[in-house]
Design a protein around this ligand. Structure first.
Ligand code: DMJ
Length: 605
């Protein structure tokens, strides 16, 4: 106990400073407690209870006779996603089949290269044939490829890979991304388990799950960005919204198969966190989550919301949780709709006189955006198209098509036919459904209704007829020898990293609309990958997608010694499915995790 005589000896100024400091600490502590308590309000956890109740107490999963066609007993309570295709004629069939076989051959080339030079390591370096361990050294390419081996019916290769999977040892003294471990390893193992019925794969997925569980023991249940399983330690207090919001599909499915509710509980606690945050946590616009999070404070650390790097898959997972659980938990579609509605109001940009749409990162506090977009954002067309049908939002299909045309445009206007990692776009205006894709003449013609508020605007359907194939003005119809580009639209990061997002959206849009132009776009992309990325042992990323044609002789000089596992998990899988019979991995029977591992859709109610 401090004596009054001691206190009175401290100068008055210092006593005041001490009081101010003590009060500040008390206020901070109090507000932190309020944050934690407001997040843990019992009513917020209702949906957690709902989802735990859905986890069966005994597994109902049975090995299917034809797993690639999905569960024959499942009929969704959600709207049908796939277009009703007419039977194809023999010419169409042979063209499609030959393209499918070419993609399969390309996948096998990469798979064999990995097997011969890097089996058990995370990646093969495709130029030097060295090995890389970037994701814990557990064989990322091996595990990430399993579901593709099954989808491509490479059953001998799949069986030969199983003993290698059995050799994986969990504990490593390395900081490994919790997000990547979940989407590549747990997602890859679970999907391959569902497609093959190989119990050992589920056991391994469960081991990975147990390994990362302690990473979720933080004040708000948000997992560390990286986790060291040997030291049982996370790296720091900062993580990303895509990291915390992209574990739900995998953890819920893991609970379903293991009958251990703990995984789904951890996943749902994160969703509850995102559902409960508001202005006090740094969320300025509902649903537009900024990308950085301090996991100890339960607050956003920046204000920039993006559908590209660091934000992307959180939005994808709101919709896919709705699909996985077949609409039985309403929270996910509510959160998805809130995000997409505000994205359309605040973020989406249109380029006057064209059908091109852009979705740039957006500062939700200053309400400004950078005029740039990255290839990662090209997953959004697929997501929006699915949401359009599932949640009856027809305008989102129009937006999906416009965004996809932009992504494809970036491939078709580079000198290699490959897409840059990021690009800048010219002056745009905010997306407006009434003026989107109108030419100057059409705008002038619509002057009256546009300026005279007495007149009702024309109905949306008339502006956007069902047939969308010819929405491009003539200047955008070009072949590879006449590459028109738009002034001010330019690549900033000119690398192509073998990314899948555009072909992912092409597969989804093709399966949903039946429009064969999406197959043609996909084939062009595949041919460009074959030409520019192939190496004697595998496939390489590209330094510069706009390399001058005189360098065509030295393709190797333009290649980087890197092939991420998503080429095998995603890019080749989506291309293969684009040219497969349309009931093969149907969107009405499967939902893909963000690493393209198909999970079986089932009834939960
Ligand atoms: C993949 O690992 C996943 O698709 C992830 O969601 C984001 N990007 C890469 C591929 O580009």
């Amino acid at each position: 106990m401090l004596q009054p005589s001691f206190l009175s000896r401290i100068p008055r100024r210092w006593r005041l400073v001490m009081i101010v400091i003590t009060c500040t600490i008390l206020v901070l502590q109090l507000s932190q407690n309020i944050l934690i308590n407001s997040f843990n309000k019992p009513e917020r956890l209702k949906e957690t209870d709902d989802i735990i109740a859905l986890i069966p107490n005994q597994t109902t999963f049975q090995r299917l006779k034809k797993p690639l066609l999905g569960d024959p007993d499942f009929t969704s309570s959600l709207p049908q996603l796939q277009y009703t295709f007419k039977p194809e004629n023999s010419t169409e069939k042979s063209k499609r089949e030959s393209r499918k076989q070419s993609v399969k051959k390309a996948f096998l080339h990469a798979w064999n290269g990995y097997n011969n030079h890097a089996l058990g390591f995370d990646e093969i370096a495709p130029l030097s044939n060295r090995t890389k361990n970037t994701f814990g050294g557990w064989g990322a390419t091996l595990v990430d490829s399993l579901s593709t081996l099954l989808v491509m019916e490479l059953n001998n290769e799949f069986t030969a890979a199983l003993p290698e999977v059995a050799k994986i040892k969990m504990v490593v003294d390395q900081n490994v991304s919790v997000f990547e471990t979940t989407i590549r390893y747990i997602g890859g193992l679970l999907s391959a388990y569902e497609l093959s019925g190989e119990k050992a794969l589920l056991v391994k997925a469960d081991q990975f799950g147990e390994m990362i569980l302690p990473a979720f023991d933080t004040p708000f249940g948000l997992p560390y960005h990286t986790w060291n399983s040997a030291k049982q330690k996370g790296t720091n207090n900062h993580t990303l919204v895509a990291d915390v919001g992209t574990v739900q599909l995998e953890l819920i499915t893991l609970s379903f198969h293991t009958r251990k509710p703990i995984y789904a509980e951890k996943a749902q606690k994160i969703t509850e966190f995102l559902d409960s945050v508001g202005y006090a946590h740094g969320l300025f616009i509902p649903g537009l989550y900024p990308s950085g999070i301090n996991l100890y404070k339960g607050r956003f650390t920046d204000a920039v919301c993006t559908f590209g790097a660091m934000g992307d898959s959180v939005f994808e997972y709101f919709l896919k949780e709705h699909v996985l659980l077949d609409g039985s938990v309403r929270q996910y579609s509510r959160m998805y709709i809130e995000a997409i509605d505000n994205m359309k109001i605040h973020m989406l940009q249109q380029l006057p006189g064209t059908s091109l749409l852009f979705l740039p990162p957006f500062d939700t506090r200053k309400k400004t955006f950078k005029k740039s977009m990255d290839h990662l954002t090209c997953f959004a067309p697929g997501m929006l198209a699915m949401g359009a049908t599932l949640l009856d939002r027809p305008e989102d299909m129009i937006i999906a098509k416009g965004l996809l045309e932009t992504c494809v445009y970036m491939y078709r206007t580079s000198s290699t036919g490959l897409c840059p990692e990021t690009w800048l776009f010219p002056a745009t205006e905010p997306y407006n459904p009434l003026t989107y894709s109108l030419s100057d003449e059409e705008m002038a013609g619509s002057h009256e209704w546009w300026y005279n508020t007495q007149l009702p605007p024309p109905p949306l359907k008339e502006k956007f007829p069902a047939k969308q194939t010819d929405i491009f003005p003539d200047i955008f119809k070009f072949n590879s020898s006449s590459k028109n580009t738009i002034e001010g639209l330019m690549a900033t990061d000119r690398r192509y990293l073998l990314r899948p997002e555009t072909v992912e959206s092409l597969y989804i849009l093709y399966r949903m609309t039946g429009d064969t132009k999406y197959q043609e776009y996909g084939w062009e992309i595949f041919e460009a990958i074959e030409k520019w990325c192939k190496t004697p042992s595998a496939y390489a990323s590209i330094r510069n997608v706009n390399i001058l044609e005189i360098y065509e002789q030295n393709i190797q000089d333009n290649q980087l010694d890197s092939m991420e596992s998503f080429l095998l998990a995603e890019t080749f899988k989506y291309l293969y499915l684009l040219f497969s019979p349309t009931d093969h991995i149907s969107l009405d029977k499967f939902v893909f995790n963000t690493e393209a591992h198909p999970f079986m859709r089932r009834s939960w109610a």
